[in-house]
Structure formats: structure tokens, C-alpha cells
Design a protein. Structure first.
Length: 461
């Protein structure tokens, strides 16, 4: 709290209050700036920094206590928490591992086949695991690392190239699938909530509708994009990898009752999420129904829920970020910043201005070690700018999501799963930044090209 207080007081003394904002709005903005600074510098865990920000907002009177606690009751917060509970069953039952082994045993006869097995395992489990780290680090990377070591043991050269290739496959498939589904990463609902506050309704179904075609195309092209910059050596032996996957399936045995219930529940969730408007059940209610089924069948226990620390950690800091974001909107802070940016870009066409903003946001990810923090700090401001320019609301909202998400591949800290992949030691920082730069830009070009066509077909632009 002392850090938040010192940063806020310093800004208050140095920067004069704009006439367009009330004293409450100005104080909230300064606390927001101090909070973002704290999240970037990371002197404490995210939960601590945001809790101190909440207390500071209440003590200074910037946000009344009844308003300050409203974030904990937001339906989007509970959607994320419930998704974490569902993800726990996918991991505990071994369903995610079974899917990976199944793909590798069927399609892993070549390095490209192993790459596609990793990619489409990511695709299959992404909608039900709202953590890039849990998905990439807990399920995908252990299997990929085993494949890498298996390749290394079969040849006497090219070890580094093998590690580079599969590290980049793991990273960028993780990022692409996180971009494709609302429930694939904890930061996505932050963007959804901010967009809702600005009058743009993003649902699970229209998010998936916008992303499924460009996402699938980029996943299909990914091994060839990565292979262009991280060439696989020739003469590798895939027999051992396929045998290991088959052995893994044999150890797992037939699908258990718990796996079948988890898979059936997941299919039901996807169906209801896609048909959200038709059936009249919102995404959060659907997630709660899914958790209820898993509890009633015993696949998920109450102890599992209590012990799911990641869910409760996110519940704390996400609720607080939602509260601050709501206050910034209600107190016209977002409108004020958006008007400043729009005025500074006056005279240019909306399309040109949008391109400049997207490029700045794209390369600005180098300064952020968390995609969620980047969403919190920048998304609302630039979405408001796009809306001020008269650009299509849904296309604007999702364009910025793509920019922030895809650009997280630049560095070994740009998304929470990246440090896990980097820890394998197959790439130096210099190699990562150089090769992932070209891969990230290439993937972004694919998204721009496909989105331009696809969104025209579905009437977004």
C-alpha cells in the first residue's frame, strides 16, 4: 500500500488535474497508473498489488466501498473461476494427456506430424483450460520436451535446431489458441469486460466466430512458418516417439468414467456457449452448470475447488481490476484519454489512424511482462479511440485483442507460459528474440489477411 500511496502522491503533486475530470476521477486515474506501474515492476504478486490498489481507492474516497466490492460479483469473474475448476478435471483425469498421446500415436510419424499433434492438442483443450501456463506448461510442454529428448538421443547433430523448432511450436500454438477462445486465457475476460463497459458486446460465441477461421489457418501454417526460421535437421527417428505415445496410451488404459463425464460435460459446455443467444443461458451460468455436473458426479470434489489456488488468486486480482476498469469508465477517464488520443491523430483517415495505433500497440508489448496487464493498461484506451473514429465496434474490439495477444510471442516473458518454454534451455535470449520476432510478424500477417476476408463475409467490416 505504501508503494501505491507514494506513486499516487508523487503523480498528484507533479501532474495538474485536468478540468475535464472530477477529483474522484483524477484520483482513480492516478491509482490506476500506480497500480500498472506496480504490476510491471512486480515488487509483489499481482494479487497483493491489486489489493493494495483497492484499499487505496477506498481510503482516498476515489471509489465508495460498495462500488469497490461490486467486482467480486461480476458474472465474467465467475466464468473464469468456474473455467479453472473445469480445467482441474481435465488435468486430474488425464484427459488432456490422453488427447496428446492419441494425436502423436496417430500422426507422429514425422517431425511435422508431431508438431501438428502438439498444435491440435492445444486447440482441443484450449476452450476448457483458461490458463496458457497450465495448458502449455502442465500438459503440452512435458510431452513436447520428451519428444525433443527422444529426437536428440537418435542423432548426433542438430540438437539445438530440434529444441528451437518445438519450443517455438509450443509457444506460438499456445498464443494462437489463447487468441481463439474467450475461455482460453485469464486475460481475455478482462478485454471482454472493458469492451462491454464501452458498449461493445463480446460473447463466447461471437469471439469464437471471429477467430476460428484465422486461428485454424494460422495453426495449419504454423509448422511451415516456424520451420522457415527454425529448420529441423534431417535423419531423425520418429519410431521411438510414436512408440512412447502408444505406451503412454497403454498405461492410461481405456477411458475412465471420470474422463467420459469430463469429455461429455465439455461438449455440452461448448454447445451451450455457441448457442448462448438461442437457448437464453449466458456463458457464466453455463460454466456453473458444468461445475455442478462435475460435482454431482464426483469427478470434481469440494476439496478440489478449495485447493484450486490459481482460481482464487485470479478471483482476487481480476475482480479488483474489473472494479477499477468500471470506475475509470463511469468517471469518464477512459473517454478523456480517448479524446486526447483522437485529437492528436486528427487529420488522418480512420483506417490509417487505426493502422498506426495497432502497430504501436503491437510493438509496445516488448515493455510488458503480462498480457493481462497489457489488456488492463492499454485496451480500453485504444478501443475508445477506435470507437471515436467511427470504426466498426466488434471489428475494432477484436482487432485490438489480436494485436495484444499475437504480439506476446516477441519475448520470453510476453505471456505467462513463455518462461516455461524458455526454461527448457534450447534457445538463448538473443535467439528467442530474433527468431520469434519473425515468426510473430509472420503469424500476425496471416491473421490480418484472413480476418480481412472472413470478417467481410460475416458482416463485421
Amino acid at each position: 500500500m505504501l508503494m501505491i500511496a507514494v506513486l499516487t502522491l508523487t503523480a498528484w503533486l507533479v501532474i495538474p488535474q485536468p478540468s475535464q475530470l472530477t477529483s474522484q476521477g483524477w484520483q482513480t486515474f492516478l491509482i490506476f497508473l500506480a497500480t500498472i506501474t506496480g504490476l510491471i515492476l512486480n515488487p509483489f504478486p499481482m494479487g497483493v498489488v491489486t489489493f493494495l490498489a483497492l484499499v487505496s481507492s477506498i481510503v482516498t474516497g476515489s471509489i465508495p466501498i460498495n462500488k469497490a466490492l461490486e467486482g467480486f460479483g461480476q458474472n465474467i469473474v465467475w466464468l473464469v473461476v468456474c473455467a479453472f475448476f473445469i480445467a482441474r478435471t481435465v488435468i486430474n483425469t488425464g484427459l488432456g494427456t490422453r488427447i496428446a498421446y492419441l494425436f502423436i500415436s496417430r500422426f507422429g510419424k514425422t517431425p511435422i506430424g508431431v508438431a501438428y499433434s502438439i498444435i491440435f492438442t492445444e486447440f482441443c483443450i484450449a476452450p476448457m483450460i483458461p490458463s496458457a501456463t497450465s495448458r502449455g506448461g502442465g500438459i503440452i510442454y512435458p510431452i513436447a520436451k520428451s519428444a525433443i529428448e527422444s529426437y536428440i538421443s537418435s542423432i548426433n547433430h542438430g540438437h539445438k535446431k530440434i529444441g528451437e523448432f518445438f519450443t517455438m511450436i509450443c509457444l506460438h500454438s499456445n498464443i494462437i489458441t489463447s487468441t481463439m477462445f474467450l475461455t482460453a486465457m485469464a486475460g481475455n475476460p478482462v478485454a471482454q469486460k472493458i469492451a462491454t463497459g464501452l458498449g461493445v458486446e463480446i460473447t463466447w460465441s461471437n469471439w469464437a466466430q471471429a477467430a476460428v477461421v484465422p486461428g485454424l489457418v494460422s495453426l495449419i501454417l504454423l509448422p511451415f512458418i516456424v520451420g522457415t526460421f527454425c529448420r529441423m535437421p534431417v535423419g531423425v527417428d520418429n519410431d521411438a516417439i510414436v512408440a512412447a505415445a502408444k505406451d503412454g496410451l497403454k498405461r492410461l488404459g481405456k477411458m475412465t468414467r471420470d474422463e467420459l463425464i469430463t469429455a461429455s460435460t465439455f461438449i455440452g459446455l461448448i454447445t451451450l456457449w455457441v448457442l448462448e443467444k438461442e437457448v437464453g443461458i449466458n456463458a457464466t451460468t453455463t460454466a456453473m452448470l458444468g461445475v455442478s455436473v462435475l460435482l454431482l458426479t464426483g469427478v470434481l470434489t469440494w476439496n478440489d475447488i478449495i485447493n484450486e489456488k490459481s482460481a482464487w488468486d485470479i478471483f482476487m486480482w481480476f475482480s479488483i481490476l474489473v472494479t477499477i476498469a468500471n470506475s475509470l469508465s463511469e468517471q469518464n477517464v477512459t473517454l478523456w484519454i480517448g479524446n486526447i488520443i483522437s485529437a492528436s491523430l486528427n487529420g488522418y483517415t480512420p483506417l490509417f489512424t487505426g493502422m498506426i495505433v495497432c502497430l504501436g500497440l503491437f510493438f509496445g508489448h516488448y515493455m510488458f511482462a503480462s498480457t493481462t496487464v497489457y489488456f488492463t493498461a492499454m485496451y480500453g484506451v485504444f478501443l475508445k479511440t477506435f470507437l471515436n473514429l467511427g470504426l466498426p465496434p466488434l471489428a475494432s474490439a477484436y482487432s485490438l485483442i489480436i494485436v495484444i495477444m499475437i504480439s506476446s510471442g516477441f519475448t520470453h516473458y510476453g505471456i505467462s507460459s513463455a518462461p516455461v518454454f524458455f526454461s527448457g534451455g534450447y534457445m538463448t535470449v538473443k535467439e528467442w528474440w530474433k527468431k520469434s520476432f519473425f515468426i510473430t510478424v509472420s503469424v500476425a500477417i496471416v491473421w490480418v489477411a484472413i480476418c480481412t476476408t472472413w470478417w467481410s463475409i460475416i458482416g463485421w467490416i
